[in-house]
Design a binder for this molecule. Sequence first.
Ligand SMILES: [Zn+2]
Length: 97
Amino acid sequence: MTDMSYVDGNMLDGPLRELFAVDLSTATSRCQSCGTLGPLAGLHVFSHAPGLVARCPVCTDVQLRLVRAPDRAWLDLRGATFLEVPLPAEPTYHRPG
Ligand SMILES: [Zn+2]
C-alpha cells in the first residue's frame, strides 16, 4: 500500500445496509488472522481501492472487501472468522391452554 490513509469502519454502515436489512453499526467481527474481536466500526476502511477494503486495526490483515457494480455487489468476508449481528429478542408466543 502506498496511501495509508483510512477512515473508520462507521463508513461501512451505509454500503452494507444495502445488502443487509439490519443495523450493522453494532455488529462485531473476529479477525481470522489474529483473533481480535471488535466492532465493525473499529475496522480501518480504505476506500481508494476497487471497492472498500476493511482491515483489522491490530494486525492490518483484510477482514472484509465490498465491491459495488451498477447491478450487483460482492462481499468477501474471508478475513473474518464470523460476523455477529445483534438482533431484537425473538417475540414470545402464547400457546392457547
Ligand atoms: Zn487481526
